[in-house]
Design a protein around this ligand. Sequence first.
Ligand code: CO
Ligand code: CO
Length: 369
Amino acid sequence: MDIYKHRLNAVHQGMVTWGLDTLIVTPGAAMKYLSGFSEEGFERLLCLIVPDDRECVFICPSLNAQQARSNPAGITDIRSWNDGEGWDKTLKELSDQLDLDIGIIGVDEGMSARFLLRMQELLPTSLFKSAEKVFSECRIQKDAGELACLQHAAEITDRCGEAAIAACKEGTTEREIAMAVNNFIAAAGSQPAFEPIVAAGSNSALPHHSPGGRKLRNGEVVTLDIGARFDGYNGDITRVVSIGRPTPEAISIYRIVYEAHQAAKTAAGPGVTAQAVDNAARKVIIDAGYGEFFIHRTGHGIGLDEHEEPSIVSGNFQKLLPGMCFSIEPGIYLPGKFGVRLENIYTITNDGCRSFNREISPELLEANG
Ligand code: CO
Ligand code: CO
């Protein structure tokens, strides 16, 4: 069966399970998943309407109509509106056809409040609910085509990681390395999955540091967290290297994080809970005496969204199943000193898990750029 028909069927089943009559989906991963198409409408409403028993409909600004018409899923009902008239009338007409006013409407959680609030005014008798459960349940196990896209994204990301390490030289700024990463991704015909994190020295103790004017100094570590996208699917790796000879403390922290990463990878497999994978990484770091410095979950699901289900976190008793894809990225962050995080993307197989990325170095390497 056509992949988009297959996905629509799964979404329809999810709508029954979660008691939703119609979905309204704004640009993002869910729209891309269902139609193969997603363009930003920005402040103009661009959305996909998914009724429970009829063909899907796009509502789109006239300036996006041509793009919407070429959607890979072959959805032919495209209702465009122009700036002079706005989208109220288009939605009202559709509401009359589909009885939206007496139904429960599921929306994506990324929908802008400006759209949701206006829809609630236009359809005061409809009930609006989150449709995230429907989407996450459908998208959590990747099919062969999706796994191939993630593999491709990982390969571009790996090469980008090497380029980033090669750009790490004493005296270079974080921002210059981030620019080199983005240039590499563009030259590979890809897009960044997110703005690269380049964190030198004490900045590496901040997991989500934004690259700035800080220069790389001899004897310090630098954290590189980067990702490239392929056909909408995201890559995400984190590498840590030393500028010149590393300190004994950096060597030792790196080794602990590496062992935690390996422990999580060894634990991950079909039927294992997400929490068990988090526990495996955390135990290594706690046993080494650094538990309080591992300040985030072990990983996140990845696919059309950079962060999606399954969350590899304590309290998530969800069992991992073949085709699920997620990061393993334990870290230790010593405030005011430095931090180390090591990240690869994995997929659950029939008997364990497989990395999309190249192996992480067991030793803290010197960047010799
Ligand atoms: Co990540
Ligand atoms: Co990352």
